[in-house]
Structure formats: C-alpha cells, structure tokens
Design a protein around this ligand. Structure first.
Ligand SMILES: O=C(O)CCC(=O)C(=O)O
Ligand SMILES: [Fe+2]
Length: 457
C-alpha cells in the first residue's frame, strides 16, 4: 500500500494501519534530514521497528517493516518531521530585546530556529556587567591552584547537598573518567529539611567556601545573581519565541513556574592533556552528555579563543565545534526543558575534548522546581505547543514514549532519567542521579535510600 502526502511545510503526518507501508512525500526533497518516527499502537516506540528510508531526487519513500516475530502490533501512526541539521552554532544579539522595534520579530525567529533545530546558541550583548565576568575569569586559576589540603576542606563528599570540590577523574561520563576538576556551588540557601519533608528537599543547602580564598564568595554570589536575572529574562524571550501565552493579570511567563529557588554553578578546570603511564593521552574532558541538572545552561568559556574543546553533536552525528566567542555565553537546553516541550526543543548532546592547553569554564544550570511531576512536565504546555507546532509534538512524545530526542544515534543513547525512571518528581530523579554519580555522598548521607537508588535499573 502506498500513500501520497502533500508537503506544505515542515510537518507531515500520515495515518496508516498496515504492517508495511510506503509513504511517498511529493515535495519533500530538501537539504534537511528527515526523521521517521513510528509509534506502535500499544505504546512501544520505534526501537521495535525497522525503518528503511530511500531518498530520491524529488520524493522520499519510507518503508516501515515490523521486526517483531512473535507479537502482532499495529502502527497507530507514522509521524514524519522534516528537521534541519546544523553546521554552526547560531548567535543571538540580545541588545534588541528591550526595544519595541521591527528587529524584534527577526530576533524571535532566529531564537525559534536555535530552539527547535539546534538546541545550542551564543548570546551576545546580554547585559551581564563586564566586571562580573572578568572577576570570575580571574579567580579561576587562583582557586584551582589551592593546595590539595585546601581543596579537601571543601570536598563534595562533605556536603549532603552535593556542593563542593571534585578531583579530576572523580566523575565518569559515557563510561569513561572525565579529565576535569570542579567546584560546585548553588544559590546560597539554608538547609531546612526535616523528617517528614520529601527527601529531595535535602538537595537544598549552603555552599562550602574555601577559608583561604575569601574573595571567592562575593564573586560567585554576584555571578549567580547576575545569571539568575539573565536566565529569567531569556526565558521570557523563549516563551515569546514558542508562542506561549502569558498567564494571568500580572503577565506571568508560563515557563516561570517550572523554576527552582536553587540554581547551580560549576567552576571547572580542564588540565592540558598529557600522556598517562601507558602512553595513552586521555582525551575526554567531559564525555558526550545532555545537561541533566537544569532547565537551561548558560556557559562562560573562560579561556582565550585559541583554546578549543567544546563540541555539539548535530542531527547527522557530526561533532560541531563551539569555539570561544568573546563577550558571549553559550546557552543550551537541559533535559527538563526537552521533556516539558515534548522534544520540540532538544537537549543537544555535547562534550569537551581535552587539548594541549589548560581550559576553564563556568556552566550555570538554571534550576528546575524539585516538586515538578512527570505529569505536569508532560501535560502543562502540551496543548499550546501542539497548536503552534503540530506534528513536532504529539507523535513522538506520548507520556509512555521515552524517545523524545530528534537527534543522531549517539545522542539517543543518553537516557532521560526523569522520563524513563520510576520516580515521579524532578527532585527525586535528581537526587537519584547525584547519589549514583557520587556514591560516597550517597552512602554517607542517604543510607536509607542508597541501595534503592543505586540498584533500581
Ligand atoms: O566546559 C564546558 O565547556 C562544558 C561543560 C559541560 O558541558 C557541563 O559541565 O555540563
Ligand atoms: Fe554540559
């Protein structure tokens, strides 16, 4: 059987109820990647189907074969979404945002492209004062040249809130040790957890400050304050770019209720790559990952432009360099935002390669409300986004369909612990992730749930 579908734009939706169908897309010849997503009627996703694609000059034929031998299933629909890949990271100039002029619309269109097709962008003219950035940049080498004893005094394993210093190799990503050391901070908050409150509330709590570097605290706090404001302002633009309606009389941004009172900040140092005892050069600064701990990430690459390392994975599986752009922040989407937008806005996979030079960076992770449930995350914006972006949303992202990502296979391997996991709130899924990455902290402060989280695969 064969179905002719007219393509009038970016999305095509064809309904079919046969084991093997050919879908002919009359006007689908474009330079873009085509994604085929098959959702089986019983909710099993396209991993259980074989998808064969042929692309001719002006038409596209997609054959979908069912490869399950012992179960009979019907396709509920085939959703074909035309997607752009990217070759470079777009740049957005925020100096226009406060003006009500004709350049606002093109800016929102650029942002929409970055949100939907790339998941990564630079922002320039962002309004964060120069001294906030230069103070931060200057203090990084001083912080990391503290002695091992001084670093140990603020070690992450002292903190039930997972805040503090981790040595190189302490974290693994994609099965390999990351060659970076880092100090994690968060919005300074007291710990107010007590028996009877949700366990994830223990994530909230004070920072550890190095006694021998008293200038660090005001620099980090001023930086967190500035980035908190910038990230909230940016969220207003994102809501506008996605055509989300502002709510209530006070014009609340519909994305604001997803935010936490606690944002996280990491100060990171990648040592220059050098050969180990075996002669091998460890090339992984941080392995391929999606940002799992926040809503949006705002990254300062705090090294000169000739120092490279950061790369983003495009839809065709090619690693694209994200070089240092003076005066910019790199902004990328976190997994929670991908979930809330039903995969419309991808949490693009990225990594850092270790290079011949030492490199510093400062990612700010805009926090997600710990009490956010999966139901809220998947349901709150669905109808609005479905109206504005039909075809991008429903087909891929039924609540039981964990396959949100419109991306290359390498990125698809990265799990969304929140969506696929058995814990209902963002906070609990975060706590589980943290305990699994820092087992020493888990055993020390969370002994009653450690076993459950560590072995719940
Ligand atoms: O250091 C960088 O440039 C990126 C770091 C990063 O991706 C992360 O910590 O999540
Ligand atoms: Fe990251």
């Amino acid at each position: 059987m064969s179905i002719e579908v007219e393509s009038d734009g970016m999305e095509l939706l064809a309904k079919t109820r046969h084991d093997r169908d050919n879908l002919q897309l009359g006007k689908a010849a474009t330079p873009y990647a085509i994604e085929v997503n098959v959702v089986l009627k019983d909710g099993v996703d396209s991993n259980n189907a074989v998808v064969v694609k042929h692309r001719l000059r002006h038409s596209l034929t997609i054959s979908v074969l069912q490869n399950t031998t012992n179960i009979t299933k019907e396709y509920s629909y085939i959703n074909v979404v035309e997607m752009q890949t990217f070759e470079k990271i777009p740049t957005l100039d925020l100096s226009w945002t406060n003006q009500d002029d004709t350049r606002r619309e093109p800016l929102l269109a650029q942002l929409r492209h970055a949100l939907v097709d790339v998941g990564f962008l630079y922002i320039v003219n962002h309004g964060v004062p120069d001294n906030i950035i230069s103070d931060m940049t200057a203090v990084l080498p001083i912080l990391f040249s503290l002695t091992d004893v001084e670093k140990e005094q603020i070690a992450l394993h002292n903190s039930p809130h997972f805040l503090g210093y981790s040595a190189p190799g302490a974290e693994t990503t994609a099965g390999k040790a990351d060659q970076r050391e880092q100090v994690e901070f968060a919005t300074e908050l007291p710990s107010d957890w007590a028996e009877g409150k949700p366990i994830y509330e223990r994530l909230r709590g004070p920072n550890q400050w190095p006694a021998s570097l008293p200038t660090l605290k005001p620099i980090v706090q001023a930086y967190i304050d500035a980035l908190t404001s910038l990230s909230e302002r940016f969220l207003g633009l994102v809501a506008e770019a996605l055509y989300l309606q502002v709510g209530g009389e006070d014009g609340t941004n519909p994305l604001q209720p997803f935010l936490s009172d606690q944002h996280r900040l990491k100060l990171v140092r990648y040592p220059a790559a050098s050969a180990g005892a075996d002669g091998e050069v460890a090339s992984q600064g941080v392995g391929p990952h999606k940002d799992s701990s926040g809503w949006w990430t705002f990254l300062l690459q705090a090294s000169p432009p000739h120092i490279k390392g950061l790369q983003a994975l495009n839809r065709e599986g090619v690693w694209i360099d994200v070089p240092v752009v003076a005066g910019s922040f790199v902004v990328n989407i976190g997994q929670a935002f991908e979930v809330v937008t039903g995969g419309l806005c991808p949490a693009t996979t990225h990594r850092v390669l270790a290079g011949p030079y030492e490199r510093f960076s400062v990612p700010f992770f805009q926090g997600v409300r710990r009490s956010l449930t999966k139901e809220e995350a998947l349901g709150t914006l669905k109808n609005q986004l479905l109206c504005s972006f039909p075809g991008h949303f429903g087909g891929r992202n039924g609540p039981d369909d964990g396959s949100l990502s419109k991306e290359a296979n390498e990125g698809k391997q990265i799990d969304s612990a929140f969506l696929r996991g058995q814990y209902d709130t963002w906070g609990e899924s975060q706590l589980r992730t943290k305990i699994r990455s820092h087992r020493d902290v888990g055993k020390k402060y969370y002994s009653d749930v450690f076993h459950k989280y560590a072995h719940d695969n």
